[in-house]
Design a protein around this ligand. Structure first.
Ligand code: PEP
Length: 247
């Protein structure tokens, strides 16, 4: 039985002081949920928020990392640095990073592999544009993105990965995939994972849906058989995020 996982992606919002205040204000409504909860904060907030969340069972995650351990990569943060801080999760390949920072399926794969080497759990994001959906290539695309993201990852490590299916047209738009659309794509991801590895591995890997998840639609989405929780942007910064985690 897969444990559901709901991660909030705070994006580039909140100073460390604001982040701690917000984490304090919502942690009681989040902790104790049957689902695993993760707050993916800006880098500078990770330490203070982690301190605030101590003992709550709520984890923190970074929103990005570099695929090298160290070196001349000004402004970047590496997996060993996150590991040394005690950060357990890291989002890789978010569509905003693909769109604005040139990330590709190949760099996402390098990041996922490096995260695993250092004992971090990568939350690997993938999903189609509206144009690609209209062209009827959603299944082909998510299959390919999954294959490239998982390339070179052995079965034992694959089981630790979280994949977030996030249709780009649904991110931050207020337009949510229907339960059926989200389930179909998450099912596609699971089917290709079974082809790459085996049924047991595919059934172990957690697959989230992301894209305008709210308190109103979370329950329906998270009840779908292939959807193991969500990656939540805008609504993770609202006081009732706990309602989504408990959905
Ligand atoms: C996201 O940032 O991954 C996301 C899904 O954002 P939103 O929930 O705001 O659509």
């Amino acid at each position: 039985m897969r444990k559901k996982i709901v991660a909030g992606n705070w994006k580039m919002n909140k100073s460390p002081v604001e982040a701690v205040e917000f984490a304090r204000s919502i942690k009681d409504s989040v902790k104790g949920s049957e689902a695993e909860a993760v707050f993916c904060t800006p880098f500078v907030c990770l330490g203070p928020v982690m301190d605030e969340l101590k003992g709550s069972g709520i984890a923190v995650g970074a929103q990005n990392m570099h695929f090298e351990d160290s070196g001349a990569f000004t402004g970047e943060i590496s997996a060993p640095m996150l590991k040394a801080m005690g950060v357990p999760f890291v989002i890789v390949g978010h569509s905003e990073r693909r769109q604005y920072f040139g990330e590709t399926d190949e760099s996402v794969n390098l990041k996922a592999k490096k995260a695993l080497v250092h004992g971090l759990t990568p939350i690997i994001c993938l999903g189609e544009t509206l144009e690609q959906r209209k062209q009827g290539i959603t299944t082909d695309l998510v299959r390919l993105q999954t294959r490239i993201a998982m390339s070179g990852i052995e079965k034992a490590d694959a089981k630790k990965v979280v994949i977030a299916y996030e249709p780009i047209w649904a991110i931050g738009t207020g337009v949510t995939a229907t339960d059926a659309q989200a389930e179909e794509a998450c099912g596609d991801v699971r089917r290709v994972l079974a082809e790459i590895y085996d049924n047991d591995t595919a059934e172990t890997i957690r697959i989230q849906y992301g894209g305008s998840v709210t308190v109103d639609n979370a329950k329906g989405l998270f009840a779908m058989p292939n959807i193991d929780g969500g990656l939540v942007g805008g609504a993770s910064l609202k006081p009732d995020f706990g309602v989504i985690v408990n959905a």
